[in-house]
Design a protein around this ligand. Structure first.
Ligand code: ZN
Length: 475
């Protein structure tokens, strides 16, 4: 009996909401034992019960954490608040106040000094199950299980970079579904995730794989041609776990044998694809470079245009009219310029990048200036994971203000994901997801590439500020 009670004690430590009910059960069990066993056993059990009750009381009290910092970024209002005091209960934010608010009895206090605390960052376009490798033949040797394990490594890197939520857009074999579930089950450390599974695309398009010759008869899992086929593929992708649908409306940079300036899906195919996804409660993200593909996808009610490199004036107006998000994935444009030679890129990628990079900078800056809604997406996976915070800096380089860039990576990204009720802001009722930097990020946007504090779901994963040790911050 004794070992069973001790094992139950650890359950109580983990589940504060069940504490009262469990103590009630223990009392009933003890009553039975007192009535039916010898005095020696009764004494032992009474001692165990005292320990359980005192441990449960301590747990209830210490499950609250209070964070003090110099400033807090109010993402909805786009302003800083001085001397915030945030009370966290379990995995949720209980209250946010200012100044010398009293600390709940028994709460753990984390004093971040003069640091700025911000909502946990959100990346709506990442590829956790891919390493930066240039999109060549080496990638063909990566199995689905290996991709999932690559994802586990990159999920950790991404969380430690301050990104507490991501949207993974495109993974063969549903390795992203496995990764999301492993994170949710606590098997792997990583951000909360929405995942797309295999991205939909036309035969021979950006979301197919054109590296092998005909005799291999290979086509990527998301390939679907024609209206009936795309409807089936949307349903199938959802069946196997997709939270969001990704499709390729135009050619891309890393794919062999296609053209980013051309449209791939027809307007009719896009319309049925998007309508079916919406009917089944899923948002739709589309990879779209060419101006025509962007416009046809927006007209078909896509939720976000990813990249949007050749967006023109008409496309910008259409996006504004439809409230479509642009996910500009701008950091890789700058990263490639500096690191292309180390990347061992296939020749077709080098050729396309030379056209894409200057066009993207110019056109995305134009869209920013015109006031298109922007959500932060990094395309990490085409460059090394963990550098995601560079996207704040690169969006500022292209014309967003630091406040707008921060909103793109918090409230706007939450809105695009349909999760405005749980992430993207530090306010009561939201998940306790937050990061901190020791400088004012509005004057030093590059500081967001090196956050010193990360909390997700009320758990501290990194703390280089308060001096309290964290065992999870080694890479
Ligand atoms: Zn991408």
């Amino acid at each position: 009996m004794l070992p069973i009670l001790i094992r139950d004690a650890s359950t109580i430590v983990g589940l504060q909401s069940a504490v009262a009910a469990r103590i009630h059960w223990k009392l009933a069990a003890l009553k039975y034992l007192v009535e039916s066993h010898t005095g020696r056993i009764m004494v032992i059990l009474a001692l165990v019960l005292c320990a359980l009750i005192s441990s449960a009381q301590t747990t209830t009290q210490s499950s609250k954490t209070v964070i003090r910092a110099g400033k807090l970024f109010d993402s909805a209002a786009g302003r800083m608040i001085d001397h915030p005091v945030i009370v966290i209960s379990g995995n949720k934010i209980e209250s946010v106040s200012q100044g010398n608010s009293s600390v709940p009895a028994g709460a753990k206090v984390v004093d971040l000094g003069s640091a700025t605390i911000l909502p946990g960052f959100i990346d709506v376009h990442t590829h956790l199950t891919m390493n930066a490798g240039g999109g060549g033949y080496e990638g063909l040797g990566i199995s689905t299980p290996r991709a999932a394990l690559i994802g586990a490594k990159n999920a950790r890197l991404t969380l430690m970079a301050g990104f507490t939520t991501v949207r993974n857009v495109g993974a063969e074999g549903y390795s992203d579904v496995a990764l999301r579930d492993a994170v949710n089950d606590g098997d792997v450390i990583g951000p909360r995730m929405q995942v797309s599974g295999p991205p939909l695309g036309i035969t021979g398009g950006h979301c197919d794989n054109n590296l092998l010759p005909f005799e291999f008869h290979y086509s990527a899992e998301g390939v679907a041609d024609g209206e009936e086929a795309v409807i089936h593929r949307v349903r199938e992708t959802i069946k196997y776990g997709a939270d969001v649908i990704k499709f390729c409306a135009s050619g891309g940079v890393f794919s062999k044998g296609d053209n980013p300036l051309l449209e791939q899906y027809s307007p009719e195919e896009m319309q049925v694809l998007i309508a079916e996804a919406h009917r089944l409660g899923r948002k739709v993200a589309t990879h779209a470079h060419s101006a025509i593909a962007i416009k046809d996808a927006v007209r078909a009610n896509v939720d976000s245009i990813e990249h949007g490199i050749f967006i023109d004036e008409e496309g910008i107006e259409l996006m504004k009219g439809h409230h479509t998000f642009l996910v500009p994935t701008s950091f890789p444009l700058f990263w490639f310029e500096q690191h292309e030679s180390e990347m061992h890129l296939p020749p077709w990628v080098v050729e396309k990048a030379a056209i894409i990079i200057p066009a993207a900078k110019k056109n995305v800056a134009q869209a920013f200036k015109a006031g298109v809604r922007v959500a932060l997406g990094t395309d990490a996976g085409v460059y090394p994971h963990g550098l995601n915070g560079g996207e704040f800096w690169s969006m500022v380089q292209l014309g967003l203000t630091p406040v707008q860039a921060l909103q793109a990576g918090t409230v706007n990204a939450a809105d695009l994901m349909g999760w405005s009720d749980r992430i993207g802001a530090i306010r009561p009722g939201m998940f306790a997801d937050m990061v901190a930097v020791q400088v004012d990020p509005l004057t030093d946007i590059q500081s967001l590439q090196h956050v010193q504090f990360v909390m997700k779901d009320g758990v501290i994963y990194k703390d280089e500020i308060s001096g309290q040790s964290s065992t999870l911050n080694q890479k």
